[in-house]
Write a protein that binds this ligand. Structure first.
Ligand code: 4AD
Ligand code: MG
Length: 476
């Protein structure tokens, strides 16, 4: 007999059929009822030991966390809570889990505690649900772009550029740090390093995605991204996954349309395909809400998701956002930590959240930011001081997408590179594309874990990636 997954047993098995299942024991009650989960669904299957004289020693091995193989008969359930169960014909413990040592008990553990045992988190209902949704979202993104004729491009993870210009890259080197080679000026001699130049982990795949788009028209990347930002927040990871589409012959309005359609598609995909897991997570949120003051409550997850899937995002320019914020109550009453006074300042998360959660009460796309707070590659507007940028802000998250139309004019781009002190020899190949058959083009980056935060309703980005990398934390 071959193994069948528990999801299939619950959904498809006929009453009276014999099945072989394998999984992990969640609970064992009254020396009779084993709840087993194999990760294929949030739901456990109940296996009932319905015979006398079972070997006591073997029964004692059925403990929370042990792995088990069960052959049994599918019957209608006697108890409430499930429609079918399995009557055990035989079972075998595959791996014991000593109850005195196993750190997961059949009770609710705090998310903080679970982070410390991230190697065992996938065995909890919450994390298994999140990881299944993460898979579904990955699939949704590939499906969305594939259906539109985009090609998935693999961009390098090791590069010699810092495309975002934020100086937050992790250096990559094989040099002996105790004996770094120096040149005649007493500077580090990168000629002797592995690549013969200074290199780092990529903070984006955008520049290479642009090269591909300028031949394939419509491409997207989906890969890991590394940023040595020392910000210990619930929204930042040092290693996160980013989706970066890049589209030739598209302007910033097309770019906003694409990003909005993609986000709605993903959210609808979760509603259509992850119902059980979302219901589980929603129940968790509702339970937590009960002990929270009104303003901190998460609210109903399904309502939040449906709202985003069904309503148009608000679109405003930076200048409009600036005016709303400057005239806002929290600004006038000096409640913002960073007061909005002069046009040109960068928006902080308190400002973004005000616009999304208080003012518009829906996702907001802000475009046309001041040039000097954005990256060099963004297309300069005719006013000479703003760029065709666009950020999408989500309730509870803040920035979820950042993108722009790209500067496709060779002379303007070259000047911007010089102005930002980026060495021309590190981006000559990027500039080259503006010399040969340049076209208007646009793209954006979606932070995959920020999407996951929104879809799952989780509050900390460390809990929506299997093994988070944050400052001072690279365990597991
Ligand atoms: O706004 P960012 O920095 O844009 C870029 O990297 C562009 N190259 C994208 C493009 O136009 N192709 O980052 C894009 C998104 C952000 O909106 C945010 O969702 C996410 O990436 N992000 C992070 N997510 C988790 N942890 C971090 N430290 C993040 N930094 C950015
Ligand atoms: Mg950004």
């Amino acid at each position: 007999m071959s193994r069948i997954k528990i999801a299939a047993v619950l959904n498809e098995s006929k009453i009276g059929s014999e099945v072989l299942i394998k999984g992990w024991v969640r609970t064992f009650r009254s020396n009779r009822f084993i709840a087993i989960n194999d990760g294929s669904t949030i739901n456990n299957i109940q296996a009932v030991i319905d015979f006398e004289n079972e070997d006591e020693k073997e029964l004692k091995r059925i403990t929370t966390g042990a792995s088990i193989k069960v052959v049994g008969k599918v019957v209608e359930s006697q108890g409430s809570g499930q429609s079918i169960e399995i009557v055990v014909i035989s079972f075998e413990i595959l791996g014991d889990a000593n109850p005195d040592e196993y750190p997961l008990q059949p009770k609710k553990h705090s998310l903080e505690y679970l982070r410390e045992i991230a190697h065992l988190r996938p065995r909890t209902n919450t994390f298994a649900a999140i990881l299944r949704i993460r898979h579904a979202m990955t699939f949704a993104i590939h499906e969305f772009f594939n259906d539109k004729g985009f090609y998935n491009i693999h961009t390098p993870l090791i590069t010699a550029t810092d495309a975002e210009g934020a100086g937050e890259a992790f250096q990559v080197t094989t040099m002996d740090l105790k004996n770094v080679p120096l040149d005649e000026n007493n500077e580090v001699d990168y000629k002797q390093d592995f690549f013969g130049k200074e290199t780092n982990l990529a903070v984006t795949g955008q520049l290479e995605a642009e090269l591909a788009a300028l031949g394939l028209s419509e491409v997207y990347t989906f890969g890991p991204t590394f940023r040595a930002e020392n910000s210990n927040t619930t929204r930042h990871l040092a290693e996160f996954w980013m989706i970066e589409p890049e589209v030739a012959f598209a302007d910033n309005n097309d770019n906003m349309d694409l990003a909005e359609a993609m986000l709605k598609y993903c959210v609808q995909y979760a509603l259509d395909n992850c119902k059980d897991d979302l219901e589980f997570l929603n129940k968790r949120l509702q339970d937590e809400d009960k002990s929270k003051p009104q303003v901190e409550r998460a609210g109903d997850l399904f309502e939040k998701l449906k709202f985003v899937a069904e309503n148009d995002f608000e679109r405003i320019t930076y200048t409009e956002a600036f005016q709303i914020l400057r005239n806002s109550k929290p600004n006038k009453k000096k409640k913002f930590q960073f007061l909005i006074d002069e046009w040109g300042i960068d928006l902080q998360s308190e400002h973004e959240r005000f616009l999304v959660e208080k003012h518009f009460k829906k996702p907001v796309i802000i475009s046309d930011y001041p040039a000097n707070i954005k990256a060099f590659y963004m297309k300069l507007n005719d006013d000479g001081k703003t760029v065709k940028a666009m950020d999408i802000l989500f309730p509870g998250i803040g920035e979820i997408v950042g993108g722009s139309e790209r500067e496709e004019r060779h002379d303007v781009l070259e000047q911007k590179i010089k102005d930002q002190n980026i060495p021309l020899e590190s981006v000559w190949w990027y500039l080259d594309t503006r010399k040969f058959g340049t076209v208007p083009h646009s793209g954006f980056g979606l932070g995959f874990e920020r999407l996951m935060l929104f879809v799952t309703g989780m509050g900390n980005i460390r809990d929506v990636i299997p093994f988070p990398r944050t400052p001072k934390n690279a365990e597991f």
